[in-house]
Design a protein around this ligand. Sequence first.
Ligand code: TXA
Ligand code: MG
Length: 309
Amino acid sequence: MAINMGVRNLLSGDLVAFPTETVYGLGADALNLEAVSKIFQVKARPLNHPLIVHISTISKLQYWAREIPDYALTIAEKFWPGPITLLLPKTDLAKDFITGNQDCVGIRIPRQKQALSLLRKFEQENGLGVAAPSANRFGKLSPTSAQDVVEDLGEFLSERDLILDGGVCQVGLESTILDCRQKTPIILRPGAISVSEINQITGIETKLINNDGIRVSGLLKSHYAPRANVYLKGEPKKGDGFIALSNIDTPIGAIRLSSPRDVIQFAHLLYRSFRLADQKKIKNVYVIPPMGDKLSAAIYDRLEKASNR
Ligand code: TXA
Ligand code: MG
């Protein structure tokens, strides 16, 4: 079974790319320096960029994090397994090669079935966590299908590394990242779990992004970018790409890349549409971001970064 092969890879210090509900991750045993180094090589990611540790159950949180504020536990119990990563003060188990020399560690329990099964079985073999960034080259679009991973990383993976195919990712955008090291949580990367949901369940007014001194690669100004130039303003010309909700007409001459019916589908299709633009060698893509739904903040965040070049 594929999952068992994935576990074997983790145990032997090889890599396994796996589906989650957000995007595909490139995983390695979070305690194995050599294995984790391979992630950095394959992604061409700077060594000081920290990795999220994935676990299968809240009972494993204590191995990685200490001084967990009550609100963080409330959030974990409500939204895990799910698309939110918590940054917490780290234990000694979380080494510098995981945290990028910072005093905190990012932890997530994904809800995608194969991901959970991989993590569970790894833990049954005494694994404590799987370090996994998105399975793309540094600065590029995150993969939302196994085929995307093959295209992005195939030539950089070794023969022993494995890609688990779990179909297309349900959400299609990376997890919400919540800094839980102070009295009030701070959202460093918006995702499918929104500010209002977090406020509602904690009763605390969450702050939005405040990136002072924290190294979060997704917070670089330009990121999540296709090869095409992305524009959030202006009119597409003939041959330019166009992405908008289905109730918005395609400007004359533009190439429609997707017509999502709502905000959720917009997020789900966004990276797919960007990849399509690159496949079609489209140079410029015009996007009309959707408003209103809780996912629109995450969509706007990624679009802003993609357009910042
Ligand atoms: O949805 C997701 O979060 C996916 C799936 C695979 O779980 N993972 C993902 O990982 O997007 P990555 O590495 O591509 O983005 C995670 C972000 C990075 O910008 C990283 O710098 C930040 O989280 N991060 C992780 N651990 C951190 C830490 N200890 N301190 C500050 N930032 C951290
Ligand atoms: Mg990434």
